[in-house]
Write a protein that binds this ligand. Structure first.
Ligand code: NAD
Length: 259
């Protein structure tokens, strides 16, 4: 799909990898400038360079989204540099799987801090800019895990259900200000997050990793592998004027895995 985002300013958390990276590149292909925010500075730089190679401006912004002060400072930076922010994608996330009794309190807290607090902090700052100017598009990353609540994923599922609920509420809060807030529930996509999930579920043995991956993806009704671009296309569509009437929604892009 081709999108026209000329003149738009986008901010993508988790933009250094996987789904966030793909969103950043699709924004840039459409003509937007993009701030790439990620915990890992080298990932920010690499994706910012990919955006620049597409002829757009990029800011590589290393950040821990669990720290409110850092999130506030990031939005100050984009306003200082580019005057505003039009699109925000909150894709920073962690998926730490374990039966709850075996899961460390540290992992529980980290999941909640990154997936819930990080998303809400970013939405708070984004809305403070978008609502007064009566324009903006926010897309959060929830997950099929918010709906298909499998064993071993209790904390992750809870965090993603929280993203879904916060999105629905925020969309209504901002509706009269011409700001849309939606979330996507992606299916199963082989990003660095899934490599880390396979570390947890299957360890180092490649045959075991392939087996676990095949078992997981076998549950996808359309039987096709999913790519980051499938998510980026929906994110980009939600940022068009054609999608102006869509807000507060959670949209499954998962080959029919959930409904
Ligand atoms: N890949 C999938 O199958 C899948 C499925 C459903 C939902 N999701 C969700 O989509 C989002 C993106 O996932 P992905 O697959 O691209 O993962 P990914 O690991 O490739 O990318 C996530 C990025 O978030 C960054 N990040 C982690 N903690 C951070 C923090 N505290 N501050 C700033 N950045 C931080 C990581 O450094 C990483 O670059 C996540 O929220 C994930 O839960 C992914």
């Amino acid at each position: 799909m081709e999108f026209n985002f000329v003149g738009k300013k986008a901010l993508v958390t988790g933009g250094g990898s996987g789904l966030g990276r793909e969103c950043a590149l699709l924004f840039a292909k459409g003509g937007a400038d993009v701030l790439i925010a990620d915990l890992k500075p080298e990932r920010c730089e690499a994706v910012a360079n990919e955006v620049r190679a597409l002829g757009r401006n990029a800011i590589a912004y290393a950040i821990d989204v669990t720290d409110y002060n850092q999130v506030e400072a990031m939005y100050k930076k984009i306003v200082e540099e580019w005057g505003t922010v039009d699109f925000v994608v909150n894709s920073a996330g962690v998926c730490l799987t374990e039966d709850l009794t075996a899961q460390s309190v540290n992992d529980i807290d980290l999941s909640i801090d990154v997936n819930i607090k990080g998303t809400i902090y970013s939405c708070r700052e984004a809305l403070a800019i978008m609502r007064p100017k009566k324009y903006g598009k926010i897309v959060n990353m929830s997950s099929i895990a918010a709906k298909a609540c499998l064993g071993g994923f209790s904390v992750y599922s809870a965090t993603k259900a929280a993203v879904l609920a916060a999105t629905a509420s925020l969309g209504r809060e901002a509706a009269l200000d011409n700001v849309t807030v939606n979330c996507i529930c992606p299916g199963i996509i082989k990003t660095s997050m899934w490599e880390e999930i396979l570390d947890q579920l299957a360890g180092d043995d490649q045959a075991e990793r392939d087996k676990v991956w095949a078992e997981w993806t076998a549950g996808t009704p359309n039987g096709k592998p999913q790519d980051p671009i499938d998510i980026a296309n929906m994110v980009a569509f939600l940022c068009t004027e054609e999608a102006r009437y869509i807000t507060s929604q959670n949209i499954g892009v998962d080959g029919g895995y959930t409904f």
